[in-house]
Design a protein around this ligand. Sequence first.
Ligand code: ATP
Ligand code: MG
Length: 374
Amino acid sequence: MFLNRLEIQKFRNLAPALYEPRPHRNYIFGDNAQGKTNLIEAIYLLCLAKSFRTREDSDLVPFSDESYFIEGDFLSDEQIPHHVGIMFDVQQGKQIKVDGKKLGQFSKLVGLFPVIVLSVNDYEITSGPPAQRRRFFNVLLSQSSRRYLDDLKQYDQVLKQRNTILAGAANDSMLGVWDDQLVQSGVRLMMARSNMVEELNHYLADFYAAITGARWTFRIAYSPNVGFRSPDEAEGHFKAGMRRASLKEKRQGRTLVGPHRDEFLFYISDNELRKFGSRGEHKSALVSLKAAEARVLYKRTENHPMLLLDDLYAELDKQRSQRVLDLFDPASQIFVTGTSLDAEMIESSAHLKEQMIFENGQMKRGKWDVHPGI
Ligand code: ATP
Ligand code: MG
């Protein structure tokens, strides 16, 4: 998937402009607080209908304005063009149009324009609580399979209903029905997560070795809340776990067994990253994870996901910085941002001849085609 044209009308601090990014590598450098991440965020929003930084659309509205509006033209790997427009007004809410048609449900956008972002918020994936890792897997699996997204929605819905009953706020005659549905969709989520971990692990060790100069390895271990070796076993263990927990669940008023309590453990060589990792190790692992995610998404969707690598070089030393971009498939469209200091540090790299310098919400100079002031 490629973004050919990005039209910013109103969005955070960005000046109105029409950008024509390059099909492969795009570098955006500049000082702090100039709007680099805002630009990345606008692209992400066009792909997934939400931001990676905020749940509130009103945050994206320029200060002292009432609405935002951005548009983009995409080209799929099979050369099929698509147009996406997103507008939001504090009074009227959000509206998304794909190829001129209004979307009823914003989740319909998920998977149409595969995208991967690396941002400062992602430090939570390797260092934060388990919910952050589950979220990472949910987003990746939802983009790669509509079935997973449907299962996840169903699971979350049933979980909510079940918790309402357990909290004593609803009649418990439905509990058995919800139990069955929870197990059915839950087992499918567990299988998909287990396969995904295995698939990511095919790439992770090599990618991590490539950044670090082959000195360490990186792998993920799936630690499901309900242990299993096969789908049948998963169903049996899930049901048995629920039976065992039933008194405790009623006491606590919530569901205690199931994939909403899964954990994923990240290991650098044999040490758990979350406990022992240095900042550079966290960053290297994250970048390897995103690069592996890109390979898996491509394999499953046959479309190269766009890569939005915000502050790619932050936390990495010079050697790792110089190697890091090699992890990403050169056939993909990549947007990389960095500070002016990063630009100096890796100046020798030939790619950087194509950089653009961002200042005060707009491009100051560079090699992109930009039509300011639309
Ligand atoms: P850094 O190198 O520090 O990451 P950046 O170039 O990525 O900087 P951004 O996060 O894009 O910076 O933010 C640029 C500016 O946009 C900030 O000064 C921020 O306060 C401002 N900003 C954020 N939201 C809005 C908004 N809704 N309206 C206007 N300006 C905003
Ligand atoms: Mg930034």
